[in-house]
Design a protein around this ligand. Structure first.
Ligand code: ADP
Ligand code: MG
Length: 322
């Protein structure tokens, strides 16, 4: 199969177009209309086989994750997804793999009415780059640098599931019950918190998505906002699957494990009532885990002022010797 029939067969979809796409796949570039008063929000992330996902990952899960991590970045900015591009490097045109990939990709894209408007297809090691483009009312984007002392720190969903799923997969933790399937699902098919990000416009003073672990990502918010924080360890939300393995796994996956793609955000005291009201309608839970303080650094309290020392600060491709 040549490049053009591959694109035509798997990535061009007749009759599914957003009205704001003036020109989609097929020309040298796409044309998309940005309405007056809106800012264009652009995010891009690359997944490399063997680095970001094991070769055994089903194609549909690879596609889901490649798009989901980008939609998660849009969510963390408070943006609505609109369009995306896909750069695919593949060792061969494996039709079963491509069909699974396209199915996983469009089932997520369609849920958010996000249209594939272009891309690139080359032969090489399996590497997937998605660029997601979204829209946010001008001046309303959620940045990392706006948190102030007194703001409450919240996280969505539960933390550490993806890292624990990976630990199970790699045999570093033993599954004692039936937690494995749930945790593996959280690793392979993260849910981008798009509805939450949109809802936090005008409420949160700062936001980030947790891709490298709570300690590292909250750390980015604190640094950008020039503040510190106190977080209460027992208040960190865990899934029942994680809780069932907590004795064995400890707190590290929840604190320093990556790939959860939950949102971490700061809310000032005068917006807590509004948050509570809005949160009732959201499909994911949000949970207060601590407070922004003056100074710098993150203090994680176990109980009664005792500090927990995380063993790792998070995932960084370029840290360490290599
Ligand atoms: P060019 O040589 O101008 O870069 P290509 O031959 O790479 O064009 O691509 C032809 C058209 O197909 C372009 O509109 C491009 O955006 C689109 N395209 C290529 N690969 C993909 C892909 N993996 N997914 C979606 N669109 C793609
Ligand atoms: Mg090209």
């Amino acid at each position: 199969m040549d490049e053009f029939s591959l694109i035509e067969r798997y990535f061009t979809r007749a009759g599914r177009h957003r009205p704001d796409v003036e020109l989609g796949i097929g020309d040298d570039a796409a044309l998309c209309h940005v309405p007056e008063g809106m800012s264009l929000v652009a995010a891009t992330d690359t997944l490399v086989e063997g680095v970001h996902f094991p070769g055994s990952t089903p194609a549909g899960a690879v596609a889901h994750k490649a798009l989901a991590v980008n939609l998660s970045d849009l969510a963390a900015m408070g943006a609505d997804p609109a369009w995306f591009t896909l750069a695919l490097s593949l060792p061969q045109a494996d039709e079963t793999w491509l069909q699974g990939f396209a199915d996983g990709l469009f089932s997520l894209a369609d849920r958010f009415a996000c249209e594939l408007v272009g891309g690139d297809t080359v032969r090489g090691p399996r590497v997937i780059t998605v660029q997601a483009l979204g829209l946010v009312p001008a001046g309303m984007a959620l940045l990392r640098g706006g948190a102030a002392p007194g703001d409450r720190i919240y996280v969505s969903g539960t933390l550490g599931d993806a890292a624990l799923g990976l630990a199970l997969e790699q045999g570093r933790v033993q599954d004692e019950g039936d937690a494995g399937a749930y945790l593996r699902g959280r690793l392979d098919r993260p849910e981008p918190r798009v509805e939450l990000g949109r809802g936090l416009r005008g409420i949160a003073t700062a936001a980030i998505d947790i891709s490298d672990g709570l300690v590292a990502d909250l750390g980015h918010v604190l640094k950008a906002s020039r503040v510190g924080a106190r977080v209460s360890l027992p208040r960190i939300p865990l899934s029942s699957a994680y809780s069932s393995l907590r004795e064995q796994a400890g707190w590290e996956p929840a604190l320093s494990g990556g790939d959860d793609y939950e949102l971490c955000f700061a809310v000032p005291p005068d917006k807590l009532g509004q948050l509570e009201q809005e949160a009732a309608a959201w499909s994911c839970e949000v949970c207060c885990i601590g407070e922004v303080v003056t100074g710098s650094g993150l203090f994680i309290e176990v109980t009664d002022g005792k500090e927990y020392q995380p063993q790792h600060s998070g995932h960084d491709h370029f840290s360490g010797g290599s």
